[in-house]
Design a protein. Sequence first.
Length: 317
Amino acid sequence: MRSFIGRDILSLKDFDRHEYARVYEVADMLEPYARDRKNGDLLKHKTLVTAFYQPSTRTRLATEAAMHRLGGHVTGFSDAKMTRAGDFYQEGIQDTVKMLEYYGDVIAMRHFQQGAPHEAAKHASVPVINCGDGWGEHPTQVLTDTFTINRLKGRLDGLTWILIGDMRMRTMHSISYALSKFDTKAYVISPDEMYFLPEFESEVRSMGFNFERKEHIEQVISEADVIYMEPVVQPDYTKSRQEATDDKGLTPANYQVTKDLLFSKAKGDAIVLHSLPRQDELTTDVDDTRFQRYWVEAYNGVLIRMSLLALILGAVE
Ligand code: CP
């Protein structure tokens, strides 16, 4: 297994099974800091720099919370408009990163341009964590999601997944790479205009991602161990920010999960994951059911970011 020390986390494309296991193992080991709400000092000499060029609630705050839990320091920005990248100067990634690398020991970046964290990593002397790049990838979210399933089901092999919603989403790309490394079967359900790009579909099929396309969740929900959701009512992820219009539209039943549907058609131990935020594709009446695991998914997001920070910064071997 490659060492994590000093490594960029940009994509799950090249993550192997041992690396998933190691990230999960360290997350388990560090859990007491989050569970007991008691910060430690493992990273007391380290600083995280967050560079978020697109809105975020969970990813930025979970990464920052993870750093605080391990006793580290945090600096950075969450609104690029208040930096020189977002004003008259439109300062580029290269120049920005050449500054940020002196302000901390690891950079967590979200960007509306696909590949921006990869570009940052080329120029940074400190590791870069991709916290979501345009429609590209969202590796820390999917490490969280697979960790959640591994904990709840005791394995990732042998499970049937439904991926439902917008397949252009960065989570859908990262989960496809992840599932290609395990013995899984998946059903993919999305509108035509939100389906995988042909080159991406070919790539993940060639990597071993075993999936069939379906039209409506009712066709396959009875087979699913995991229902992995994204909205189809979505902003444009290539923009730095998009305000909602009055008429955002509603989610067709094909792409919607409700309490009635789960109780009438799903396996009793099926799990619903959603990286959030949601629109009407996941009705709030699911929140109080046994199928819901998106709140523990959010808690696990802190564990996974603690694990990654500790591994990358060399606090654990
Ligand atoms: N799931 C996720 O990436 O959420 P945020 O956009 O709030 O970070």
